[in-house]
Design a protein around this ligand. Structure first.
Ligand code: MG
Ligand code: ZN
Length: 461
């Protein structure tokens, strides 16, 4: 009797194990670049209304993430504001590094294994999808190792110029010096199964010391090149996919009315003389409109759905999806650009969650790499209200007044500096997960913890 019960228990356990092993563990990590709570709130107000809710907001698990950075010269010393290179390195490798580094250690410049490399070694499939160039810092940190994020293609490795002006040097990373080459070359040489985004121009040039282009190297390494949205549904299933749908960053979905971005409030001459006198004229309100250039490229959701379809397999996969231009539009003081990009992130998330419904061991996480400049402020200063004293107050920096579909106006200010581009902020960011993340995500964790959570869920060491 006892023996029979034991045998029954054993066979039950075996069948539970068999059931578990038929469900592959997958991780879909969605990164909203610069998507702090200011950006999420601004987008929610515009897209769903102040009382509405984005797909993000409906995810059952939510926590906060500390963004960690160190000084390159003194890695024991924290730096409080991150860039996308060091923060993506934390997420991809679990190691805190210094700004502009792509999965290399601060000071000692050692390559750090990434979650994608570890997943590949374990026989899992891997993919990266981005609305930036696939060589941009966020996707690059999951695939490549280089001391400077700007070394995106062979022409930038030695005596390169950022924006055609500022020198950059990755001479230790050239293949001739025993390095892995530029980010584009490392992607071309990689075993990543799906790479989709922008960045054609970085592949369309001779590889280091070769007559072949980086693109030809990628094809020799088994990649099928896609350049049109229509090709996403016809791609061969027996090849790796390299989709490069624009020369660099893909066009954004929304833009300000007639291309407007944030503008400087104007002070009357009396207000210049004394702060309690005169008046302030804020920028005229604007709506967000469709960006006509967006029609030429696939949506983030379309790229996400193709990537998931290609990666779905018996052994599991790791997929990183980046919504890049929440950050890029915010650098450019373009609130409508960030709103449209966050809309794209939510549509891509819907695909990921629908897949996770069918493949229930899929951990879907959404987070940001760092805070960004945009800040929601009163569209007309509170102090102009008689209840507060009725005196003029101008927002520093530049501001936009965005008319929302629910008929109100949202004030958005950018004031991190007065130069050509805004800067990041050092705030912690949110993380959202589906039910699979219930026991994995804590109320507060660090960015390297997200690497550990991903590796643990995939069964990687
Ligand atoms: Mg990025
Ligand atoms: Zn940025």
């Amino acid at each position: 009797m006892k023996k029979t019960f034991s045998a029954l228990l054993t066979s039950t356990l075996i069948s539970i194990n068999c059931l578990a092993s038929t469900e592959p563990a997958n991780v879909i990590l969605i990164i909203g670049d610069g998507m702090d709570d200011q950006q999420i709130t601004i987008a929610r107000n515009y897209l769903k209304g102040a009382q509405g809710s984005l797909s993000l907001d409906q995810m059952p698990v939510r926590g906060a993430v500390q963004v960690l950075t160190v000084h390159n010269d003194d890695p024991d010393k924290p730096m409080y504001v991150a860039d996308s290179a060091n923060s993506a390195t934390s997420l991809a490798t679990g190691v805190i590094t210094s700004r502009t580094r792509i999965s290399t250690t601060a000071k000692t410049d050692q390559d750090i294994p990434t979650i994608i490399e570890l997943a590949q070694q374990a026989g899992l499939k891997t993919g990266i999808v981005s609305t930036a160039s696939v060589t941009d810092a966020t996707p690059a940190a999951f695939v490549a190792h280089v001391s400077r994020r700007f070394c995106e293609n062979p022409s930038m490795m030695v005596d390169g110029l950022i924006h055609g002006h500022f020198p950059v040097d990755c001479k230790d990373d050239v293949k001739a010096a025993g390095g892995l080459g530029s980010i584009a070359e490392q992607i071309a040489d990689s075993d990543v199964d799906v790479v989709l985004g922008g960045g054609y121009k970085h592949f369309d040039m001779a590889a280091e010391a070769e007559t072949k282009t980086v693109l030809e190297r990628a094809k020799d390494n088994g990649f099928q090149l896609l350049t049109q949205a229509s090709q996403l549904n016809q791609a061969p299933s027996d090849k790796k996919l390299l989709g490069l749908f624009s020369p660099s960053t893909m066009p954004i979905k929304l833009r300000g009315e007639n291309g407007r971005i944030a503008e400087q409030p104007k002070k009357s001459w009396l207000n210049y003389i004394y702060k309690y006198l005169g008046s302030i004229t804020n920028p005229e309100p604007m709506i967000c409109e469709a960006n006509p250039d967006f029609e030429a490229v696939p949506t983030l959701a379309a790229m996400t759905s193709t990537a998931i379809k290609y990666l779905d397999n018996d052994k599991g996969f790791f997929l990183m999806i980046e919504s890049a231009s929440i950050d890029k539009a915010s650098h450019a003081r373009n609130p409508c650009g960030s709103i449209g990009e966050l809309d794209q992130l939510n549509e891509a998330l819907d695909y990921a969650l629908a897949f996770a419904e069918k493949s229930p061991n899929t951990l879907v996480m959404v987070t940001a790499d760092h805070g960004q400049a945009a800040q929601m402020i009163p569209e007309v200063s509170m102090f102009a209200d008689p209840a507060f004293g009725s005196f003029p107050a101008a927002s520093p920096g530049v501001m936009a007044r965005v008319k929302t579909p629910e008929g109100s106006i949202m004030g958005i200010n950018y004031a991190t500096n007065e130069s050509i581009a805004e800067e990041h902020t050092g705030v912690n960011v949110a993380i959202f997960a589906n039910e699979v993340g219930r026991t994995l995500i804590k109320p507060m964790q660090t960015q390297p913890d997200i690497f550990t959570i991903s590796a643990k869920h995939l069964g990687l060491k």
